[in-house]
Design a binder for this molecule. Sequence first.
Ligand code: MD3
Ligand code: FE
Length: 193
Amino acid sequence: MLRGFALSFGDDLIAALRDIVTQAPFRRMHTPGGHQMSVAMTNCGSFGWVTDRTGYRYDPNDPETAKPWPPMPPSFRALAGQAAAEIGFGGFAPEVCLINRYVPGARMSLHQDKDELDLGAPIVSVSLGLPAIFLFGGMKRSDKTQRFRLEHGDVAVWGGPARLAFHGVAPLADGEHPLMGRQRINLTFRKAR
Ligand code: MD3
Ligand code: FE
């Protein structure tokens, strides 16, 4: 956990994010089970994570427009690479940045991230906006979870045995963030294949 690591990247991140969302707006996707997620998502990079009735996948194109996802901004790439290197994962070259948007009440239930082919690569996550309670479990869904508060600017690197741990996010508490307003944005940087 690198507390406040993203703060020095400042307004660049938020400006780049605004650009991405103009090209590929947030949307609430459906799970294969038919539920609509409370979290709204978009992506940038050479692939994006998507879910629909047919399953989960990494897709080079945005299914809404059939066009490639917006490119990953240099400030995103630099932040992810520097954070990974700080934890001992030198040379991390993410292909995907999945962008999650939580409004008050939105949550993410316990899950594992295993749609990526190279599970040796870490995932780097960046929190912006309202604080959230992150739930970190074990290798079984039924393992007890530890709670961590993630605040604006916090970065976490998930590699090694933690890479396949169950995790989730508790329902977002209402609030108003001075820069981001009434929402939390989470960036996750991934190698897809
Ligand atoms: C631990 N996102 O997008 S970020 C996800 O805050 C996801 O939006 C949450 O879980 C969010 O898949 C949590 C922290 C995170 C991301 C990936 C992980 C923790 C992880 C993968 C393995 C273990
Ligand atoms: Fe996850």
